[in-house]
Design a protein around this ligand. Sequence first.
Ligand code: GLU
Length: 449
Amino acid sequence: MTTITRFAPSPTGRLHVGNIRTALHNWLLAKKSGGRFLLRIDDTDASRSREEYVDAIRAELAWLGLEPDEEERQSQRLEKYEAAFAALKEAGRVYPAYETAQELELKRKIQLGRGLPPIYDRASLALTDEQRASKEAEGIAPHWRFRLDHEEPIHWDDGVRGPQKFDAAQLSDPVIRRADGSWLYMLPSAVDDLDMGVTDVLRGEDHVSNTAVQIQMFTALIAAQYQAQQIPRFAHEALLVGKEGKLSKRLGSLGCDAFRERDIEPESLIALLARLGTSQPVEPIAERGHLVETFDLATFGRAPAKFDEDELQRLNAAIVHQLDYADVASRLPDGMDDTGWHAIRPNLSHVNEAAEWWRLVTGPIEQPEFTAEDRQFLAEAARLLVWSDTPWEDLTGVLKQETGRKGKPLFLPLRQALTGMDHGPEMKELLPLIGEGEARARLERAAKA
Ligand code: GLU
């Protein structure tokens, strides 16, 4: 059976690093077994969903290289939910409830005050037909709850958490539909997972109790012959937290824009998020295929995954050092070719620093003050410079012979005269890029200063 996973964001905001991680893991899980990765836009909440966020989600997944194999939208599937609702109602698994939000809140407070768990007391389920009719005559439109089966045990083998068990009697019958007819998350998601043949639901551990409820929904939907399909496997990953151990506001708003602004490569973020919170080491793996092959839910830990931006920065530098010219060409300064990229790449933490280093090649450069002795040495260098395939090796070789200098006194004044800097890319790679004429001019200028 083909693995089918889904990433199901609500388009009520931009993706943050936690959502990106969930999307990535679903993508990896699908790709690992040659399966399909679906993007499901959970836009049943018309008042909070925005088209600009849908566009942003698509664009960000594309930037991350997590393009879905297919896209679905809940707002276009409303008749499916209607049919499922009718089937569940027919089967006695859905009932109208009339409590106001204030009444429910009061009940909750009373229960908590008595030291009881705040489980919905099913008062509306106990209403007689006459009582219901009189509520409706009063003009109270009901919302709708799914009736959990208290006799039916709930268990599943979670891909991350292992065997899970819930007692339905310890859960509230969830509200699935508002009085205005709009849908809450629970039922549409279960309907879609069945309809779309989702084999694996991988999401954050904040959904564990939703899964308990949804397992009964799946069973009820299948029994109502709405869809005769398999219940998906479930896995709930530990949440992502900041370095300080909490899901901070900052982390909750840290998304692709912020990473792009910091010139973080998507591959760096992917390499970090693929392994964070697992027993596998976080490594600067730029090759996506390797992350796919090594992805394994069994390595996921139960402790929260800690996101550390410094770690991302370190990883980024290591990833940049592996990128090919073709990966970055459009972001490099004019005239910087493959050779230039390879010369400069080891010095970069971010691709956008390439321009700064490339200026050492194109000039203008600012040279430091040299001692009289160094000026004489540099004059000698200008005179002895001959051009070949290996001008740096040749120049330093002949200067060593002629002047007796070696080590730092030999190399540093040359580097300073040729680039204006004390450190930087390998001179043997840089000098051919600077070119004979410019190199001689720089040496002569330094000798005169
Ligand atoms: N739209 C839901 C959310 O963003 C989807 C949860 C799920 O994966 O089922 O929380």
